[in-house]
Design a binder for this molecule. Structure first.
Ligand code: FE
Length: 200
């Protein structure tokens, strides 16, 4: 009798699926390894740099808003095989909040792995039902009159928020601006704050 496999069923199933895809020539082992390495390498710093550059360079900003996928690839993100990346521009009257209501779809190519709370059923449900309440728990209190647009990240489209550049950052370098931004700011649960960065 074969020895029982101690690993969870999901791992064995995944390995069989990968082997089947490889044997049919749909994807190679090397492509799988490359994709895995790219995902492990990705971190919010890349998304942060994209936003910081957009703050400083209007031409780059226009390109980023028009085609986030192309700009991310140009900056070293592994976009092959990923859904397109859309960029949501915050304005003085509109704030964006990103959620995957179904599971944990997240722009991993430019932000790395999603934070644990992003995958929680509480966040997924409440971001839609009570976005202002969720934001308030992060200490993000939006001025009255500012609308909140909740955007569903899906298997077809991933989203990155382009927050407004905070006041008091005139003349800052790209590195300084990048330091204002992390995953929270780039999915819209927090707003970039100058005091926060100065304290870090
Ligand atoms: Fe999902």
């Amino acid at each position: 009798m074969a020895k029982p496999d101690p690993r969870p069923d999901s791992v064995a199933l995944l390995e069989k699926l990968l082997a089947a895809l490889a044997s049919k020539g749909i994807v190679t082992e090397a492509e799988i390894a490359e994709k895995r390495a790219a995902t492990e390498r990705a971190s919010p710093e890349l998304g942060a740099r994209m936003v910081a550059r957009a703050w400083a360079d209007p031409e780059f900003r226009a390109r980023l808003l028009a085609d986030g996928t192309a700009v991310a690839a140009e900056m070293g993100a592994m976009m092959k095989g990923n859904p397109p990346l859309g960029v949501l521009e915050d304005t003085p009257s509109l704030h964006h909040l990103v959620v995957c209501t179904l599971c944990s779809c997240y722009p991993r190519a430019v932000l790395g792995f999603p934070p644990h709370w992003y995958k929680s059923s509480a966040y997924r449900a409440r971001a839609v039902r009570d976005p202002r309440g969720v934001l308030a728990e992060w200490g993000t209190v939006l001025p009255p009159g500012m609308s909140v647009r909740v955007v569903d990240s899906t298997a077809d489209y991933r989203w990155l928020v382009l927050p407004m550049r905070p006041a008091g950052t005139e003349g800052w370098s790209e590195d300084q601006l990048t330091a204002l931004l992390g995953a929270d700011e780039l999915v819209g649960v927090a707003l970039p704050r100058v005091a926060q960065a100065a304290a870090a």
